[in-house]
Design a protein around this ligand. Structure first.
Ligand SMILES: Nc1ncnc2c1ncn2[C@@H]1O[C@H](COP(=O)(O)OP(=O)(O)OP(=O)(O)O)[C@@H](O)[C@H]1O
Ligand SMILES: [Mg+2]
Length: 407
C-alpha cells in the first residue's frame, strides 16, 4: 500500500475499552490490522467516573492493539457519548456578495459558519456540524453549490453538541497518556459510518448502537444524517432488572442474560426452569426462563419505544425505507431483530462493518462498530490523505468539527 496511513479509533465504553487500528489507503479504504480490548471499570452510562482505573484500562487496550498491529500508536480518534449530548437541525443563510454572483468556497465556508452559530446553552460546545443540503435562491437539495450563480445561499446542517466539561474529561484523560486526540466523534455517528452502505444511507436507515450504559442512534435519509440521539440506558439496565427481578447477584444476572437471554418471550419457555442449584453463588436456586425473558423483553421494548417516539416526533418514521440496523453488544441478544421489527414496523438486521476489510472477528462483532467507524471518520477528516477533488473532498467537508473549542 503506497500512501497508506495509520488511523486509530478509541472507544472508552461502559463495559469495554476498545482500540482498533486501521491502515487507510489513498482511496480512503480502511483495512483493520489491530484490535485491543480491556474490561472497562471506571465508566458509567458512557462517561468516566473513575479516571485512574480508566487510564489503566485505556493503556492496556492500546498496548494490545499496538502488539497486534505492530505499530506505535501516537494519536487516536476518540468516541464520545452521554446523556448530555444533543442532536438537532439548523439552517444557515448567506448573501452572495461577489460582483459576478458566482458561489465560491469562501461563500460555502461562510454559510456553514452561520449555520454553526446556534444558540446553545453557555456550557455546551459543538461536536459536529454535518452538512445536509444547500439551497440557492430557493432551489432545494443542492449537494455542492460551488460554481453556481446565486444571490442567497442557505445550508441545512445537523448539529451534535455536548457539555463542554463532560466532553473534555475523556479528551484530557487520553492526552494525559501522551496520546494525541486528533478529533472526537459522537459514538452513534461512528457506528453508522461502520455499518451502513451508501444505499442504506440513501434509502433511509435507523442505526441503533445498544451498548452497556448508553443506546446511541442515528438516522440517515437521502444520503445525509437527519437525526441523532442518546439514551443513558443500555444492557447494564437489562442486567440490573434481572438481578432485581430474579433475586440473583448482578454478575450472575449478567451471565444468565448472555447464556439464556432473549428479547422476546417464547411461549414454550413457560414451564422451563433453569437450575442454579450447583451454582456456588446462589445455591439451590431455580429461575423460570419465561420470567427471565419477560424482564429482558420489557426493558429492551422500553428502549426501542423511546427511540420510536423520538423518531415519530421528528417526523422521520416514513423516511426509513431500508429499516433498522442494530449494533453494539446488545445486538447479540437473541431475537433482538424480531423485537425491533415488532416495535418499529420495519425490517431489521444486525449491522456488520462491511465497508472495511481486515481482521475478520473485529468486523463481525457488533460491539466494535463504534471504534471501526471512528477510523472511517478519521479517514474522511484526515488532511494527510492525498486530496482528491470530487466526492472524497465533498465527504470530508461534510464533517465540519469544532473539536476542542467552545462554540
Ligand atoms: N449475548 C449477549 N446477549 C445479550 N447482551 C449481550 C450479549 N453479549 C454482550 N451483551 C451486552 O452488551 C453490552 C456491551 O455492549 P458494548 O460492548 O457495545 O458496550 P460499551 O460500548 O462498552 O458501552 P457503551 O457504548 O454503552 O458505553 C453489555 O451490556 C453486555 O451485557
Ligand atoms: Mg459503545
Amino acid at each position: 500500500m503506497s500512501n497508506s496511513q495509520i488511523i486509530v479509533g478509541l472507544e472508552i465504553g461502559t463495559s469495554k475499552v476498545c482500540v482498533v487500528v486501521g491502515e487507510v489507503n489513498d482511496n480512503q479504504v480502511a483495512n483493520i490490522i489491530g484490535l485491543g480490548q480491556s474490561k472497562s471499570r471506571g465508566v458509567r452510562k458512557g462517561e468516566i467516573v473513575d479516571s485512574s482505573v480508566v487510564e489503566e484500562d485505556v493503556r492496556n487496550a492500546i498496548v494490545e492493539a499496538e502488539h497486534m498491529a505492530d505499530v506505535e500508536i501516537q494519536s487516536v480518534f476518540l468516541g464520545v457519548t452521554g446523556s448530555h449530548m444533543r442532536g438537532f437541525n439548523n439552517t444557515g443563510v448567506h448573501p452572495v456578495v461577489s460582483a459576478d454572483r458566482e458561489i465560491n468556497d469562501a461563500d460555502i465556508q461562510d454559510v456553514i459558519k452561520n449555520a454553526k452559530a446556534v444558540n446553545l446553552p453557555s456550557d455546551h460546545s459543538v461536536v459536529h456540524v454535518i452538512r445536509q443540503h444547500f439551497s440557492v435562491d430557493g432551489q432545494d437539495g443542492i449537494l455542492n453549490p460551488e460554481g453556481m450563480l446565486g444571490a442567497k445561499m442557505e445550508v441545512d446542517v445537523h448539529v451534535v453538541s455536548g457539555r463542554y466539561n463532560r466532553l473534555q474529561n475523556p479528551i484530557r484523560l487520553v492526552s494525559g497518556l501522551h496520546l494525541q486526540v486528533e478529533n472526537i466523534a459522537f459514538n452513534g455517528l461512528a457506528s453508522s459510518l461502520a455499518t451502513l452502505s451508501t444505499e442504506q444511507k440513501e434509502l433511509g436507515t435507523l442505526v441503533i448502537d445498544l451498548g452497556a450504559g448508553t443506546t446511541d442512534y442515528a438516522i440517515y435519509s437521502g444520503g445525509v444524517i437527519k437525526h441523532t440521539g442518546v439514551l443513558a440506558v443500555g444492557g447494564d439496565h437489562v442486567s440490573n432488572d434481572l438481578a432485581y427481578g430474579l433475586k440473583v447477584p448482578l454478575g450472575r444476572a449478567e451471565q444468565l442474560k448472555v447464556d439464556n437471554g432473549s428479547a422476546v418471550i417464547d411461549p414454550e419457555s413457560k414451564n422451563r426452569m433453569l437450575d442454579l442449584s450447583t451454582d456456588n453463588i446462589v445455591p439451590g436456586k431455580k429461575v423460570n426462563l419465561n420470567h427471565l425473558q419477560m424482564i429482558m423483553s420489557l426493558r429492551l421494548r422500553e428502549i426501542f419505544e423511546l427511540i420510536a417516539n423520538d423518531i415519530d416526533q421528528a417526523g422521520l418514521i416514513n423516511y426509513l425505507r431500508a429499516g433498522v440496523v442494530l449494533c453494539g453488544g446488545g445486538a447479540r441478544t437473541p431475537h433482538i431483530t424480531k423485537l425491533a421489527r415488532d416495535i418499529f414496523k420495519l425490517p431489521a438486521a444486525i449491522g456488520r462493518s462491511s465497508t472495511v476489510s481486515g481482521i475478520k472477528n473485529a468486523l463481525d462483532e457488533p460491539e466494535f462498530s463504534t471504534s471501526i467507524g471512528l477510523i472511517k471518520f478519521g479517514a474522511f477528516q484526515s488532511q494527510a490523505i492525498p486530496k482528491r477533488e470530487g466526492l472524497g473532498r465533498a465527504i470530508r467537508k461534510q464533517f465540519v468539527s469544532l473539536f476542542g473549542g467552545r462554540k
